[in-house]
Design a protein around this ligand. Sequence first.
Ligand SMILES: Cc1cc2nc3c(=O)[nH]c(=O)nc-3n(C[C@H](O)[C@H](O)[C@H](O)COP(=O)(O)OP(=O)(O)OC[C@H]3O[C@@H](n4cnc5c(N)ncnc54)[C@H](O)[C@@H]3O)c2cc1C
Length: 453
Amino acid sequence: MASNIKVENNPAFSRIPPWVKAKLRPIAIEKIQQVYDWVETECIPAERIYKAQLQADRWKTPAIIHELRKKAKAQGLFNLFLPNHFEESPGLTNLEYSCCAEIMGRVYWAAQTMNCHAPETGNIELLAKYCTPEQKKRWLYPLMNGDMSSAYSMTEPDVASSDATNIGIKMKIIDKEVIIDGRKLYGNCQYNDEMQLFILMGCSDPNNPNSWNRHTMLVVPTGTPGLRQVRNLTIMGYDWAPEGHGEYIYEKVRVPIENIILGPGRAFEIAQGRLGPGRIHHCMRLIGQAERAFELALVRCVEPRKKPRGKLIGEFDSNIERIADMRMTIDGMRLIVLNAADTMDLQGNKAGRYAIAQSKIMVPNALLKVIDEAMQMYGEQGLTQHTPLPELWTYARFVRVADGPDSAHRHQVGRDQMKTAAGFRKRAEEYTRRYQELCKKWGLEPEEFWGIV
Ligand SMILES: Cc1cc2nc3c(=O)[nH]c(=O)nc-3n(C[C@H](O)[C@H](O)[C@H](O)COP(=O)(O)OP(=O)(O)OC[C@H]3O[C@@H](n4cnc5c(N)ncnc54)[C@H](O)[C@@H]3O)c2cc1C
């Protein structure tokens, strides 16, 4: 059935490129409009309310979030991220959801009100993809319903975790139990009592000759004896309450073998499946954040109280050029991410590997600069809690590291590209051979061409 919503001259769709608009199905048009209305009317005006409520208790989810989550669920705005090839999906493709994710990014907690925030998105997708029906009942459906939240726990302080074959936390599988010992960094805080389970990656078969089969993924409920949170980790000085990022110690933590996902030694199969879409979601939300920063810069450009040398901030040529650069950067980055989402839809996450890496590497770097310029144009207030700019900037900075540092992705892209070098070399030799033939024909002495003889 066609949608009654007009897409042209509609602010909810104004930043969506024509080739994407042409692909949106009626269900997506409806959802994008709903998400837009939701963020504009329910989230942006409530930013200060959220902060004020959080001040009262740093590790309790603010009452306004509970209220908004109830309303969003009733409006069919929950779990939009889960792509339509899952039976539990509300029905959007990766490309269609990306348009929603950008709008959610305009307020950094808006995705939470729609159960579309990290790490829930990755965890829900993982559980939907790899769990048995029994496991789904215990963990997937309560998470999708918003009855609890979860953490993803891979990173460790004692190894280079960007290469996950190094992950060393010990998992001993004995009879009907797994016994876990070691340390972990990150994964949301269990100070917040809504956080009820960790999806933990550990090493269960260290002597396996195949390093990709040594690791296992399983669920550890919070409050399991022997599991202790040492502290909350601040990220660039922020505590990121009420979710936070924990530092954890596991001492003889026992969980039943039924908590293993997919099977012992199969963690890498799962990890590969988990990360593609999550990276794209981070990037799309970041584009929404950069749009917000851009708009704040424009607001400042015409602020009548701010007139250095008698001119509005936006009357200086240097700032007009800055605004142009910011606009073009955001629009360019959006194309990159939407292309990655479309590639995943058309060819699968594995085939989309390059496009996903391209987003993960380019988008946070480029948008950091955009948000930084917005702060600069805003002046002193841009660095304070009077604007969301410091949080937007910090988020962009941490996306450079979270879900794998950009250097590691660049290394992978570069290595793949190097594999094409021999083919180009062969082609260059062909050009040279043909050139030598032409020289002979036209009576010329061949010169060295491209350093090839
Ligand atoms: C805000 C935030 C949230 C996070 N949330 C989670 C979470 O929920 N769960 C979780 O498990 N982890 C989480 N992480 C951790 C994150 O996934 C890891 O930091 C990341 O995987 C890198 O691991 P590492 O820090 O051990 O870096 P290392 O592997 O020690 O690498 C350190 C540095 O070495 C360089 N490097 C690494 N590989 C290469 C390469 N191939 N080529 C060139 N240089 C390279 C890079 O500069 C890299 O930053 C989070 C991190 C942040 C900042």
